[in-house]
Design a protein around this ligand. Structure first.
Ligand code: GAL
Length: 383
């Protein structure tokens, strides 16, 4: 373990002590103001984007893309910050570094996005899943990558990167659906976005195109159910269709059980959670770094069927640029989790000219009388 990580361990112990001493004094303070720069304990804006927060052994770990100030590719890798109170965050350096080795899947200059970290009780390891694009190939590789570590702050070891489910049909396609998909031909469609093209996409045209070599995986998240089964949710088939896939017990691969969700719906930035017997999926549309209206889906089983409902966002983001709910307050979701008993929607307000300066918003999720999620704009967050 390097000095940075030891320092981070000592910082956690010290922060625990301080947290007890000052807990009362801080009790009434907001944790932070949504949409403002969020400084770490050293005063630098937290550079961890598209990420997630993991709670483990009395501490919180915030993982995310460490973005350069200019450009889109990764010099560093995946950042990790730690906290004991969700307010004061200590920069623990890079959890996963890009590699200096030419030809490595994670060679410096690759793109790593939307890292999600899980604690695996069976293997007693932390497992990171992220979206990987190979150096110099734009967004065409569309792979999911795995890394693991014995420590929450890393260093994580890169395990492998892959496409999904080569030569495997989804659980929610019948024999007739499979026959129909086999009749499609993606190379025949020069013009996208016509009703005829969309009908072919819904039949599984891009699933069939990539059937032999494996399915694309870009924006992604993970979800652990109450029975411990853990799932990967990803934007596949040219970002047109979502896949929900069961992970193996060690979280380092797929069992082969998966479903297609909302074929042709163009959903990105998936965030999935469960409330009682209901599963909820909140996604964005597909407009790159620019904000758009969120989409919400509900199901009684992780395998669906998933039904689309209106966006849960309400109100206007006050205090900075008045972005309305139908633009998701200028943000795009990255993760939903429960922290201190509060279900939170976490999102990035992307700044494409200076990605490192992209802002964070964490919004509490409420439920209306019908038990449907509602996410109003909230300025000051109490955690
Ligand atoms: C967004 C996506 C981000 C990133 C970006 C690149 O739609 O959610 O994670 O991939 O596009 O343009």
């Amino acid at each position: 373990m390097n000095t940075r990580h030891n320092t981070c361990g000592r910082a956690i112990a010290l922060a625990c002590l301080l947290a007890v001493v000052v807990a009362t004094a801080f009790a009434q303070d907001s944790a932070f103001v949504n949409g403002q720069p969020w400084p770490d304990v050293a005063g630098r804006h937290i550079n961890a984007h598209g990420g997630c927060v993991l709670q483990h052994d009395g501490a919180y770990y915030w993982y995310g893309e460490q973005r350069p100030d200019r450009g889109y590719t990764m010099d560093g890798g995946i950042a990790v910050y730690s906290s004991t109170d969700l307010r004061q965050w200590t920069d623990c350096g890079l959890a996963l570094r890009t590699s200096p080795e030419a030809g490595s899947d994670i060679e410096r200059g690759c793109i790593m996005e939307r890292p999600k970290v899980l604690w695996n009780e069976r293997t007693r390891r932390f497992v990171m899943l992220f979206h990987l694009e190979l150096k110099g190939r734009g967004y065409e590789a569309a792979r999911v990558a795995f890394a693991e570590s014995e420590s929450p702050t890393g260093p994580f070891r890169f395990v492998r990167s892959t496409r999904l489910h080569a030569q495997t049909w989804p659980l929610n396609m019948s024999a007739a659906d499979i026959e129909a998909a086999k009749q499609t031909d993606a190379s025949a469609w020069k013009e996208w976005w016509t009703p005829e093209w969309r009908a072919e996409v819904e039949k599984g045209m891009y699933l069939w195109r990539d059937f032999e070599s494996g399915q694309m995986s870009r924006d992604q998240t993970v979800f652990t159910d109450t029975d411990g089964r853990t799932y990967h949710i990803t934007s596949s088939q040219e970002n047109l269709t979502l896949l929900i896939s069961e992970l193996t017990d060690d979280y380092l691969g797929f069992t082969g059980r998966y479903v297609m969700v909302a074929p042709g719906g163009q959903n990105e930035a998936p965030c999935l959670f469960r409330q009682g017997d209901d599963y909820w999926l909140i996604c964005s549309g597909c407009t790159g770094w620019a904000p758009n209206e969120a989409r919400m889906f509900k199901a009684k089983s992780i395998w669906g069927p998933w039904t689309q409902l209106p966006s849960p966002f309400q109100g206007v983001a006050t205090g900075f640029f008045n972005m309305p709910a139908n633009k998701t307050f200028g943000a795009q979701g990255n993760f939903i989790t429960r922290l201190n008993g509060q279900l939170l929607f976490m999102a990035d307000i992307w700044n494409p000219r200076h990605l490192a300066r992209s802002l964070h918003i964490w919004l509490p999720i409420h439920f209306n009388d019908e038990g449907t999620p509602v996410i109003p704009w909230t300025g000051n967050i109490e955690l």
